[in-house]
Ligand binder design. Structure first.
Ligand code: AMP
Length: 116
């Protein structure tokens, strides 16, 4: 699948639109979700514009690991010591709406399972 890699998240990386950024390094950026689904809802993205997890390649393996370790770091800094959920919506059936790979961190309340 190959959808455009220019998304609203690209604009956030370039600071063309505002976002509540909570973490940044040379590979990744984390910011608060504009429509939070839990008391804490943070998005972690790679700066590299990979459209979806399905588009990630073997050369991205270190970057994917970095995203999860960044999610762990951001969750800890957000005080989610009781736990949290990490979600990567992928493609249309996965409910992905922004086609720039991103990791959701959700926490601050008891989350239900299974998700809808
Ligand atoms: P997904 O449905 O997995 O593609 O998630 C996209 C997420 O991006 C949704 O939870 C949106 O609320 C969030 N989102 C979209 N635009 C923005 C924005 N400008 N700033 C922060 N979060 C956004």
């Amino acid at each position: 699948m190959s959808k455009t890699t220019e998304t609203i998240f690209s604009k956030i990386i370039r600071r063309e639109i505002p976002a509540d950024i909570v973490y940044e390094d040379n590979l990744a950026l984390a910011f608060k979700d504009i429509h939070p689904q839990a008391p804490i809802h943070i998005i972690v993205i790679p700066k590299k514009p990979i459209p979806t997890l399905a588009d990630a390649e073997s050369q991205d393996h270190a970057l994917l690991g970095h995203l999860l370790l960044t999610a762990k770091r951001v969750a800890k800094e957000a005080g989610l010591e009781k736990g949290y959920r990490v979600v990567i919506n992928t493609g249309d059936d996965g409910g992905q709406t922004v086609h720039h790979l991103h990791v959701h961190i959700l926490g601050g309340r008891q989350l239900n399972w299974p998700p809808g």
